[in-house]
Design a protein around this ligand. Structure first.
Ligand SMILES: *Cc1c(COP(=O)(O)O)cnc(C)c1O
Length: 295
């Protein structure tokens, strides 16, 4: 069985009085529509990792994540779809939630790991799978050159020019891949990375690690809303308004922070009139269910 999904990721315009008043056009690439669970950047990141595992005749995917990790869930779903077994090491003490329920439903074996042991992932892998020639190590978040390569392919799907492309960053691998794609296709497009971490300056190092050549881009550090997976009433209010007005679901950890940044920068005249701006919807919508009580 070859490692392939037919990609459905249309680009839709987001209409808003603010954008009209500023003379700009904003679009969103719906990578969230690629698959309900292997969604957004997670399919693009896993594609060549899976191909490598298949080429090496591995049958057991082993990876790592927090209890709400979209990467863990995508790995479980992709393993089930393409005939791999899967194991997920989960940081912290034993919990139950929607993400882990869905991981298990897709056949993933979950191993809860205390925070100290979790830090050394290669050691965990060796401890549990050292003698298992079928096991294949996938780093937390799928961070790898294979992942960046998969993400760079998104740029080849664009048929119109954009002055700006926006994407939210966790490990920064997706951002690096998109930047590489922009360079490969010789596009005159400014890349904008949104850090979802407080003090997210370190993301620049992570992005630069996977760049095929040094490139200038904007890393926006002020849209973290108190830090990773944190929210504020302002962000929650924005999500309600955005979803209600557009019918496009976004979630608080990544995509809402990116969309908020675009609205805020538009209001502050960051964009030249006439600009076309593309947001990448990186998916992760199951994360909404874990944040019900915040709404
Ligand atoms: C994982 C994830 C990201 C971050 O991708 P990185 O390649 O780790 O930067 C962004 N958005 C969503 C919805 C995600 O699940």
């Amino acid at each position: 069985m070859s490692i392939h999904l037919d990609i459905y990721s249309p680009i839709q315009q987001i209409h808003d009085e603010l954008f009209a008043a500023k003379g700009i056009e904003v679009f969103i690439k719906r990578d969230d529509m690629i698959h309900p669970l292997i969604s957004g950047n997670k399919w693009r990141k896993l594609k060549y990792i899976l191909q490598k595992a298949r080429d090496e005749a591995k049958t057991q995917l082993v990876t790592f994540g927090g209890a709400y990790s979209n990467h863990l869930l995508a790995t479980a779903a992709v393993a089930a779809k393409f005939g791999f077994n899967s194991t997920g090491f989960v940081r912290g003490e034993e919990v139950q939630n929607d993400t882990l329920f869905m991981c298990r439903l897709h056949g993933m074996q979950i191993i809860f790991t205390d925070r100290d042991s979790y830090r050394d992932k290669p050691a965990l892998f060796t401890q549990y799978f050292g003698g298992d020639i079928n096991a294949f190590f996938i780093d937390e978040g799928g961070a790898s050159t294979e992942a960046a390569k998969g993400c760079s392919e998104l740029i080849g799907e664009l048929t119109e020019p954009y002055q700006h492309i926006f994407c939210a960053c966790g490990t920064g691998t997706t951002a690096a891949g998109l930047i590489n794609g922009i360079v490969q296709h010789h596009l005159n497009t400014r890349f904008n990375a949104i850090s979802v971490f407080k003090n997210g300056g370190f993301i620049k190092v992570e992005i630069d690690k996977y760049l095929s050549s040094p490139v200038d881009y904007d890393l926006h550090l002020h849209y973290h809303f108190c830090g990773y997976a944190k929210t504020t009433p302002d962000l929650i209010g924005f999500i309600k308004q955005f979803v209600g007005k557009t019918g496009i679901l976004i979630e608080p950890v990544y995509t809402a922070k990116m969309m908020y940044a675009i609205y805020d920068l538009a209001a502050k005249d960051h964009f030249q009139p006439g600009s076309r701006i593309l947001a990448i919807h990186t998916g992760g919508l199951l994360g909404l269910l874990g944040m019900r009580e915040k709404f």
